[in-house]
Design a protein around this ligand. Structure first.
Ligand code: ADP
Ligand code: MG
Length: 308
């Protein structure tokens, strides 16, 4: 990707105050790079859907500016809209159309000429080929979600946004959905998704933004974010049954998790694994095995949102 191109999405000082006075977004700034899978995380009510609905043109912002693929949503609303496909959190459908008709209607709405439409191809991609002519109301929740993904892609936008795509979707379908998202990304589509599943974000996303109470808490490459987790865990197996659990200043927490296994938590800015292991040996125990656990996003998330 060349640096001269504008980001896929640029959000500057974005504020939303709903009627009634709820300040859902309080001056957020985000720059979502082209070609990435970007995860927008945050607890319930953080402002994720508000952000996405502003991108979709479904909610009017109060202040700030938003550019999509270089197009300002106020100055070039049509180009901005054509550059993005959105799968909203709420499933809304006209129940009287078949999946095939739903996609054809959407293509018509975007002015995609008949010979450029790829409704069947899209249905195949989301594993709904055999439901092409079924009524939408006969589809399961997971199928509807996948149909919405196909619907968001009819005009072949360079950006696909999915708001909580795996809420209420079973594990197998979730895997299929992520597989498709990865395929699209490999073809060059920039992906933005919100999710509560940190593990998923960790596995899928190149970059993660966390918002809470309408403010951006962090926006970093996933790897950097993981490196920020302070707590590290080492599991130590020793050569004999432990009768007295050792203690040392470098242990944040120590637990006997087996007759010969100690699980020790330490803070990586105050100690390192070497010190922790030396402290165990200094108590007279010999170490026969060591397992370390990498911090996950859950740790980072809890630390960051607690601090905000
Ligand atoms: P998230 O998607 O992160 O769970 P939302 O963007 O849906 O959060 O909501 C952010 C805040 O704005 C919440 O406090 C929510 O109750 C409020 N909110 C969302 N939609 C509306 C609305 N249409 N009118 C008033 N308040 C709203
Ligand atoms: Mg939401």
């Amino acid at each position: 990707m060349t640096d001269s191109l504008p980001p896929a999405i640029a959000i500057r000082n974005l504020t939303k105050v709903y009627k009634g006075g709820k300040r859902a977004l309080d001056g957020i700034n985000l720059s979502i790079p082209r070609g990435q899978i970007y995860g927008l995380l945050g607890p319930n009510g953080a402002g994720k859907s508000t952000t996405i609905n502003i991108l979709a043109g479904m909610v009017n912002k109060t202040e700030g500016s938003v550019s999509i693929w270089g197009f300002d949503i106020d100055v070039n609303p049509r180009n901005a809209k054509n550059s993005i496909g959105i799968v909203p959190q709420e499933i809304v459908f006209d129940p009287f159309f078949t999946p095939f008709e739903t996609l054809e209607n959407q293509a018509g709405f975007y002015g995609v000429p008949k010979d450029k439409r790829r409704s069947m191809e899209l249905l195949r991609a989301v594993h709904l080929e055999d439901k092409a002519n079924a009524y939408a109301r006969t589809l399961s929740g997971g199928m509807k979600r996948r149909l919405l993904v196909a619907k968001a892609m009819v005009h072949s936008p360079p950006i696909l946004v999915l708001d909580e795509p795996t809420a209420g979707v079973d594990v197998q379908l979730r895997q299929q959905l992520w597989e498709y998202v990865r395929e699209l990304n490999a073809l060059g589509v920039t992906i933005v998704l919100t999710t509560h599943y940190l593990e998923e974000a960790e596995q899928l996303c190149d970059r993660i933004g966390i918002i809470n109470h309408g403010k951006v808490i962090t926006d970093k490459p996933t790897r950097e974010l993981l490196a920020m987790a302070q707590e590290k865990v080492v599991q130590v197996t020793v050569d004999r049954d432990v009768t007295l659990v050792p203690d040392a200043p470098c242990f944040e927490k120590i637990e006997l998790t087996g007759e010969r296994t100690l699980t020790i938590t330490y803070l990586k800015d105050r100690a390192n694994a070497g010190q922790v292991l030396s402290a165990v040996q200094a108590s007279g125990l010999a170490i026969v095995d060591v397992v370390t656990r990498d911090p996950d996003l859950e740790d980072v998330f809890l630390n960051l949102t607690a601090a905000a």
